[in-house]
Design a protein around this ligand. Structure first.
Ligand SMILES: Cc1cc2nc3c(=O)[nH]c(=O)nc-3n(C[C@H](O)[C@H](O)[C@H](O)COP(=O)(O)OP(=O)(O)OC[C@H]3O[C@@H](n4cnc5c(N)ncnc54)[C@H](O)[C@@H]3O)c2cc1C
Ligand code: FES
Ligand code: FES
Length: 1297
């Protein structure tokens, strides 16, 4: 084999950031399964590009590529997911990573600059992907000009868990040609802003000058597999023949994105890359058909269809295909994904809900299939025949769409759990020829997502052909009955229930007919026709900014923002690989309950590169990574289950397989054989667990406490109601999964780990390893999102890595893939809460009894129902209450803190009670809330942390008055009432939720801080015990130091957190770390300032540098540290917040949107309003996800977590945020008790997100009322579209004109 790119090559070439890379199959250690992201990070050492899901679901890995269009030779620039792109498919590409745009030395690109200055970064882990998605959009446009709409539509493939998206969208929209005035004004302010940390360089992206066309080549890879790059069909067919005769398992490589859906179908022994074949990329339209090559990408098809629909008579219907395709996958996936590739997934997996297949079959499209022996040759086949065709060794050459007159109505639907980037519960296509209101030929009615065989509703099609009067109610009812009979949905959790999917088949047909004949429908029925409209999202932020020259109380850009936006910010996963480093992959249990019988790793260990399986036998200390913890319910959590011991849940760690690299470790881990005995059916649902405990008479033992208060004798109770509420779990979905690097050292180990609580990780490591705490050196530079999931869980990963590293005496790295992270580790605790409440005629509560159960997972270690009980009082009097927090255990991972742990449930419970009372009394819920508002002097409900009295003024009445004005509350209430009267099939709901969030230091405030001033130039370093995870802690500390010393901020650098200076620090959680670290830093500054005083007195107006130099000469200690403690008497306080949410639901589909949200939060005198607004917006969207799209589902039989990847688990995306999102910080509200007059942010607002739940509830209530049902109903959360359907009580008998 020669080098070069000829037909028998061993090397492929491409450029990254302008530099040429030649990958030699013989020497490079790059194989067919090596993805571009790994090459970029590990071979090119460009760590800016991040990786999380490896399945196209998160966007962390997006890079810009420039290629040549095979059909016309033109340059194509696009953003792609480097996690699904094989390196060998990059031949000829010109690739840019985030490092290409700018850095601290050459200056930053305008995209990076805008994102930083619009406060669009928090933890920064999503940021490079966001930047490169925007860069790709900009570069793909002529002259780099983008519109606001293009920006709005461009980020469906990028998840950000921190920011709530609004600032990211605003930052990028500010670059649009049609940017709104207020965004432009913000930019002017930024450009004027002297404190901006980013030197600018004007970039419009690079021109496509390095991309080269592909050439035919065949490369034999080191592992014996063959990679053929084909640019003509002859080579494809030769390669197929060769593969067949060599008995090789062959696969075409187009976009390779199907590996994001079906992840584990490879590896293959022959790959034929077909992106350079002109025939597959052609796009044509003539007088009778539209022709697209099978290799046309979805992005190219969308643009082509949109254009053809506008310009070519007879093809107007393809506009709908274009629109529908915009909802397939996401932008970077669609940029590579081809039509043929999608159809071939459907061919291989009939159960795959392919949107492309449904669209093509509805349209009556046909395929040209080619094979080497020309048995099919250029014959056109229908889509249904294609499904039956043996496609082995055959190519889909092209797709053909027929011409249709305007009598044909084409409508299609995709009903999903989340609006963007989600596969369909059910997709549907309808092609109806309608003349004079009547069906004129047999319609085409197709559905996906029903069962693997089902495509056409043939009986319904035939019925309508014979009964064409679709404007007749009876005809419709008969059609629905026929449809009901022929639709037989299967059921595979976590997909939606069959009943709902069947309903959708009927409601979507009804919707289509209403859309075709709107004139037939009565006014309020018409609302069933259109989809829920969504306009371009917008937001306002109102806050006070200090006008003085103070460094505090101003919206400063984030300290590390520019480094995050350029990929310069280093995370633990970015620490370069050491030559002797091993990679560890966890072996997880595959039963939910039973005993571990044996582990056999013989086959895995025989693989080259595999080193050792680490198990419980290798643990020298205690096999418990939670031995050190503070809750009273502590129970052991083993690092690895020992042979002979109990397996408590599906996904529990059994061992850690070590290999030379990740790819080998992952492959080998599948070969480890584990046997079990005594397997029993697991309990995975909180309700089953409660039932079991109750049946065994053990319920009393499951209460953690009983909190009671005296009643109010003045309330004469004359109504009593009871109810209950079930709230589901939530995954943290940090973009940086748990990971660590453990390096054995002379005195112990170095542990690099993103932990929110070093002390916990350190102490448990010492216990597991059986070594002193002083032998453990922990470093935390920054965290790519924590949200509570990195408080206790890192101890597990750290313990496994440390046991492994000390056993093999080599560095060990673990980076959890999303499935392992989700299966092995816990999430938010599910809750079940019951109440009985007595009240008077105005709704004032006289007595209340509640039981609050949480599902703690397999140990009760983090049972946070206690916190729920503490927060349940919220903004109300608690007189005559009895609150009993309790827990149950299930066969699931031990659940753990997630943003606002417990508190969000407590607030939800009391607010549910308020709503229930109001519903019962037929009063507006605000009035009921108002009569129960807490007043100065009222007692707190006594809990574990004491009682006492409320000694402030309740701020909620003030916030309500403000909201009434700024949120236009009364008018919107009327609008919603009118809207609901006028529209049968769309409903709106409005909800106003007040929150009082108690901030205290019950668990500790010991965050040490250390300041060092360098005598040579007066620059300052600081490190402290707090952990930066996106919450802006470093920025606030920086501002505090700059203010205290009165020096510019660029003189100060913040150093990574470690357990030497940050010894014994408490967990960075509960929103208090930022404030306390500022306090500690301030005290340390004051100590130094005190020492500087005598020097200052001797000098005349010295500069800071002169002062420091003189102090050094005078032998003054220029370092100081401080740890806050009881002596500082930090006072607890309340944070006040109010949320007003408005939603719209589509009663016919269950879909919804958040139309508007108004938030007011009291941050005291905000230390850094940009940071605090980010915490509020981000916290709110995080909470909204918990109440809506984020559902956790376990298999009831095996206990397996079924929602364990991005394909199934759906946090909010850019089009889930409120269309109109208005946030303000409470004015004139300095906190007399807080640090520097500020208040904590982050968690309080999350408690207010229950407003979305109640707004949805109110909309559903309106739909039920139209069905004549005015009963209170139990509504579990999260509320997915499926739940909206279930509670609206609609049936097809309601579908009338
Ligand atoms: C995150 C994500 C979300 C998605 N969401 C959706 C969704 O909502 N709806 C939906 O319908 N799809 C969805 N998809 C699927 C996506 O549309 C497909 O992955 C894509 O279209 C496959 O095209 P590809 O070019 O990448 O195929 P590849 O992955 O390259 O190939 C797939 C298969 O097709 C074969 N193949 C490729 N080209 C040809 C050809 N010309 N002739 C014969 N065989 C060929 C290959 O051998 C292989 O077996 C999603 C995918 C991802 C990753
Ligand atoms: S890592 Fe590539 S999309 Fe998630
Ligand atoms: S800033 Fe986007 S995920 Fe953290």
């Amino acid at each position: 084999m020669g080098k070069g790119s000829g037909s028998n090559a061993s090397t492929i070439s491409f450029t990254i950031n302008g530099k040429e890379y030649h990958v030699d199959a013989n020497t490079s250690n790059v194989n067919s399964e090596t993805m571009l992201v790994d090459f970029i990070r590990d071979h090119a050492s460009l760590k800016g590009t991040k990786v999380m899901c490896r399945e196209g679901g998160c966007g962390a890995c997006v890079v810009t590529v420039r290629t040549k269009d095979a059909a016309i030779g033109a340059d194509v620039t696009k953003g792609i997911n480097s996690c699904m792109t094989p390196v060998y498919s990059c031949q000829g590409w010109d690739i840019s990573t985030v490092e290409d745009l700018g850095n601290k030395d050459v200056g930053y690109d305008v995209i990076q600059n805008r994102l930083v200055n619009f406060h669009g970064t928090q933890c920064g882990y999503c940021t490079p992907g966001m930047i490169m998605s925007m860069n790709s959009l900009r570069e793909s446009k002529k002259d780099g000009l983008v519109t606001v709409k293009e920006v709005e539509d461009n980020f469906d493939g990028n998840i950000c868990r921190c920011t709530g998206y609004r600032p990211i969208l605003d930052a990028f929209k500010s670059l649009a040609v049609d940017a709104l005035e207020d965004l432009k004004r913000k930019c002017d302010d930024i450009e004027d802003c002297a404190s901006c940390p980013c030197p600018m360089r004007q970039g419009q992206g690079r021109k496509c000058d390095k991309a080269k066309p592909k050439e035919n080549s065949t490369i034999v890879l080191a592992n014996g597999s063959v990679w053929t790059t084909a640019v003509d069909l002859k080579v494809v067919f030769q390669a197929i023949k060769q593969s067949n005769s060599d008995g090789k398992r062959m696969r075409f490589v187009a976009g390779n994105t199907s590996t994001g859906v079906y992840k584990h179908e490879g590896p293959y022994s022959s790959y034929i890359e077909i992106n350079g074949i002109p025939e597959l990329k052609q796009k044509k339209v003539d007088s009778c058909e539209v022709l697209l090559g099978g290799g046309v990408t979805l992005t190219a098809a969308i643009a082509f269809f949109a254009d053809v629909a506008k310009t070519k008579a007879g093809f107007e219907y393809v506009a709908q295909i274009s629109k529908h395709m915009e909802r397939i996958a996401n932008v970077p996936v669609r940029n590579n994904a081809t039509i043929a590739g999608n159809l071939m997934i459907k061919h291989a997996h009939h159960d795959f809900p392919s949107d492309v297949f449904v669209l093509l079959e509805t349209a009556g499209a046909k395929l040209t299939i080619a094979s080497s022996d020309c048995t099919i040759g250029m014959k056109l086949v229908t889509m249904m025949d294609f499904l039956k065709t043996d496609m082995n060794g055959k190519l889909i050459l092209s797709v053909h769409f027929p011409k249709r007159s305007t009598d044909y109505h084409f409508r299609s639907f995709k009903i999903t759990r989340r609006f963007q980037n989600a596969h369909a519960y059910v997709n549907a296509g309808f092609l109806l020829k309608v003349v004079d209101g009547k069906i004129a030929e047999q319609p085409r009615i197709c559905y996906g997502g029903i069962n693997p065989q089902f495509v056409h509703a043939t009986a319904t099609e035939e019925f309508l052909a014979k009964n064409p009067d679709i404007g007749n109610d009876q005809v419709l009812q008969n059609a629905f009955q026929i449809l009901d009979k022929e639709i037989k949905p299967d059921f595979h959790p976590p997909e939606a229930i069959p009943e709902y999917r069947k309903f959708l088949t009927q409601s979507l047909l009804y919707k289509t007919i209403l859309g075709i004949l709107p004139g037939k429908a009565s006014q309020h029925i018409k609302s069933g026709g259109p989809d829920i409209p969504r306009s371009i999202s917008k937001g306002t932020q109102v806050f006070e900014s200090d006008k003085s020259d103070s460094r505090l109380y101003k919206a400063m850009p984030k300290y590390e923002g520019a480094w995050q936006a350029s990929g310069e910010a280093e995370y633990t996963t970015d620490i370069p690989k050491r030559p002797d480093e091993l990679f560890g992959v966890f072996i997880l249990s595959t039963i939910g309950s039973g005993t571990l019988k044996s582990i056999d790793a013989t086959e895995a260990l025989a693989m080259p590169g595999v080193v050792q399986l680490i198990t419980a036998k290798d643990i020298k200390g205690k096999n418990n990574f939670m031995e050190f913890f503070f809750f009273p319910t502590a129970a052991p959590q083993p690092v690895f289950v020992n042979v002979g011991d109990k397996v408590s849940y599906h996904g529990q760690s059994i061992g850690l397989l070590l290999a030379e690299n990740r790819q080998i470790a992952v492959e080998a881990s599948r070969k480890v054989k584990v046997a079990y005995e005594g397997v029993t059916k697991p309990i995975v649902d909180i309700m089953d667990a409660i039932k079991n405990v109750e049946a065994a008479g053990l319920l009393p033992k499951h209460f953690i406490g009983t909190f009671t208060s005296e009643g109010d004798p003045s309330v004469s109770v004359n109504h009593t109601i009871s109810g209950d509420m079930k709230i589901g779990s939530q995954y943290h979905y940090f973009m940086e999964t748990l990971n660590c690097l453990c390096i054995p050292r002379e005195d112990g180990i170095d542990m690099h780990i993103p932990t929110q609580w070093m002390d916990h990780t350190q102490n448990n490591l010492a216990l597991v390893l059986g070594i002193p705490c002083s032998s453990i050196n922990i470093q935390v530079k920054r965290i790519g999102g924590g949200f509570g999931g990195k408080i206790t869980q890192p101890a597990h990963i750290a313990a496994a890595a440390a046991v492994a590293a000390t056993t093999v005496r080599q560095p060990v790295r673990i980076v959890l893939d999303i499935e392992t992270n989700m299966k092995m580790l816990g999430r938010r605790l599910p809750f079940y809460m019951k109440y009985e409440v007595g009240f008077n005629d105005v709704g004032k509560i006289g007595n209340l009894k509640t039981e609050i159960f949480c599902d703690a997972g397999f140990t009760p270690n983090e049972a946070d129902s206690i916190i729920a009980a503490m927060h349940m009082q919220n903004v109300y009097k608690a007189l005559g209450w009895e609150v009993k927090p309790g827990f149950v255990t299930t066969n699931t991972a031990t659940n753990t803190s997630v943003r606002a742990p417990g508190s969000v449930k407590g607030v939800a419970l009391i607010e549910n009670i308020m709503e229930h009372i109001a519903f019962y009394l037929k009063k507006e819920s605000l009035l009921v809330r108002q009569v129960n508002f807490i007043e100065k002097g009222d007692p707190f409900l006594p809990t574990f942390f004491g009682g006492g009295n409320f000694e402030e003024e309740n701020q909620i009445p003030r916030l309500v008055e403000e909201m009434k004005k700024s949120g236009d509350y009364e008018n919107r209430k009327k609008f919603v009432e009118t809207f609901n009267k006028e529209n049968r099939w769309k409903k709106r709901g409005l909800s106003l939720i007040p929150v009082k969030f108690h901030v205290g230091y019950e668990f500790g405030c010991n965050f040490p801080a250390m300041i060092a001033i360098y005598h040579f130039d007066g620059t300052v370093s600081c490190t402290h015990g707090g952990v930066e995870m996106g919450q802006g802690l470093q920025t606030k500390v920086l501002q505090t130091i700059a203010q205290s010393f009165q020096i510019p901020m660029d003189k100060i650098k913040l150093k990574p957190t470690n357990n030497f200076v940050g010894a014994n620090a408490f967990s960075s959680g509960g929103s208090i770390a930022s404030e306390v670290c500022c306090f500690a830093a301030l005290r340390a500054c004051e100590t130094i300032k005190e020492r500087l005083k005598p020097i200052l007195e001797k000098l005349e107006n010295p500069t800071w540098e002169q002062l420091i130099a003189a102090a050094h000469q005078a032998k003054i200690d220029l370092t100081a540290s401080y740890t806050p403690g009881p002596k500082d008497d930090l006072k607890e306080y309340e944070v006040w917040a109010l949320a007003l949410a408005e939603v719209e639901i589509d009663v016919l589909t269950g879909e919804y949107k958040v139309a508007r949200t108004d938030l007011i939060e009291d941050c005291g005198k905000s230390l850094s309003p940009g940071v605090d607004l980010g915490q509020i917006e981000g916290g709110y969207i995080f909470g909204q996800g918990m109440w809506t799209t984020e559902r956790i589902v376990h298999c009831k039989e095996t206990g397996e977590l079924l929602t364990n990847r991005t394909w199934e688990y759906k946090p909010p995306e850019t089009k889930d945020i409120p269309e109109d999102f208005r946030v303000s910080l409470l004015k004139d509200a300095p906190n007399p008790h807080g640090i520097l007059r500020s208040k904590a942010t982050g968690e309080p607002i999350l408690c207010a997100t229950v407003a979305v739940y109640f707004a949805l509830r109110n909309a559903i209530t309106a739909a039920r009322a139209d069905k004549g049902n005015t009963e209170w109903f139990k509504l579990d959360s999260p509320i997915t579209p499926e739940d909206v359907y279930q509670h609206c009580l609609t049936t097809s008998t309601d579908f009338k004109f």
